[in-house]
Design a protein around this ligand. Structure first.
Ligand SMILES: CC(C)=CCNc1ncnc2c1ncn2[C@@H]1O[C@H](COP(=O)(O)O)[C@@H](O)[C@H]1O
Ligand SMILES: [Zn+2]
Length: 336
């Protein structure tokens, strides 16, 4: 936990959050609301979050999302979750937020992928009308487990909403269990998305042995990389992958707690933030799943600062530099 003075500094620090999965970002308070709406599911809060000091395998982490998805299966649930998540990021000093979420249909409740997206957009608009001091954009997520056809549907949905959402839908995310499926099957779909002006943030090399896939996907190139944990040679990646990232100046979204709790990184001090930050490469601190990993963006900044001995000036610069990596329109957003 943060001590008071330092804690206040990181909370007040104006921040940009670029990597937040909606259903992974649900707080304890919101989870209680959802659990009380569906007592018959018999879900305990311990099944939806990974507490302090706990670590799980990637596989176990992905099971957690299955539980959460059971709790979030109506338009009402999505509206609750999205508005609460946006308010919480705002309260944590986040001034610009890109939320990402996988459109889901639920036959039992009548939820469709289209109404799913519409509901997230409604939540963003409601928060804006409340006068919250946060600018929010939305990326539709492709779950790599669901294959090419579903991915194409998601791209079509994203294209449609890019044109009709007043600029709120700005791009696509590729996520889901990295050990399932191969990115090469998704290349044409992602290429199409890029051609029509959607921005691409791809989870890349989140686990080892995705070298070939990362190499192919980097040729697109994506506009941002999620994690990129195993790209560099020291961890089994390669210099040519690093060179592609550097040459195209592709920012990395780095999520310290997520990687340590998901056991893809052995400890905070071994996190690849160090490698990329030392190269002066755009590295953006993000939460990934603030609900599941019991964190928030100010804690992640504080963790980065204490682990890598960053001065307050350096932390300030780190948060400012994230502005250059946003998918939203150019804005005169000097964080203050
Ligand atoms: C398991 C683990 C360490 C998680 C962190 N790393 C992740 N890697 C890949 N996809 C993810 C990760 N965290 C969340 N997601 C994606 O986000 C979804 C949950 O948010 P949503 O339903 O899209 O709104 C998950 O089902 C999964 O598809
Ligand atoms: Zn992620």
């Amino acid at each position: 936990m943060m001590d008071n003075e330092a804690g206040a500094f990181y909370r007040k620090l104006p921040k940009v959050e670029l990597h937040a999965h909606l259903n992974g970002s649900v707080s304890v308070q919101t989870m209680e609301k959802l659990i009380s709406r569906k007592p018959h599911l018999n879900i305990k809060h311990s099944m939806t979050a990974i507490g302090k000091g706990q670590r799980r395998t990637l596989d176990e982490c992905f099971q957690v999302f299955k539980v959460i998805h059971q709790l979030v299966d109506t338009e009402e649930d999505i509206l609750t979750v999205a508005t609460d998540v946006i308010r919480e990021f705002a309260a944590d000093g986040v001034k610009y937020l890109e939320l990402r979420s996988t459109p889901r249909e639920e036959k039992n409740t009548g939820l469709t992928k289209k109404s799913y997206v519409e509901t997230v957009i409604k939540a963003i608009q409601q928060c804006k009308n409340e006068g919250l001091d946060i600018d929010v954009r939305f990326l539709l997520a492709i779950d790599r487990r669901n294959g090419t056809e579903v991915a194409m549907e998601t791209v079509e949905l994203a294209e449609e909403f890019m044109l009709s959402s007043d600029g709120l839908v700005v791009g696509l995310d590729l996520s889901g269990d990295p050990t399932v499926g191969h990115g090469k099957d998704l290349l044409p779909v992602l290429q199409r998305a890029k051609n029509c002006g959607l921005k691409l943030s791809l989870h890349l090399s989140e686990v080892p042995s995705q070298l070939e896939e990362s190499d192919l996907l980097l040729n697109l190139p994506p506009d941002r990389i999620g994690h990129g944990t195993f790209l560099h040679p020291e961890v089994g990646g390669s210099q040519s992958l690093v060179d592609k990232v550097l040459k195209n100046n592709i920012p990395l979204e780095l999520c310290l707690t997520s990687n340590v709790k998901g056991k893809t990184v052995p400890s905070y001090s071994k996190h690849h933030f160090k490698y990329w930050y030392q190269l002066g490469h755009p590295s953006v601190i993000c939460t990934d799943d603030k609900g599941v990993f019991c964190t928030d963006l100010s804690q992640e900044y504080q963790l980065a600062a204490t682990t890598f001995s960053l001065s307050r000036e350096a932390v300030w610069q780190l948060s400012q530099q994230a502005i250059d990596c946003i998918f939203g329109p150019e804005m005169p957003l000097v964080l203050q």
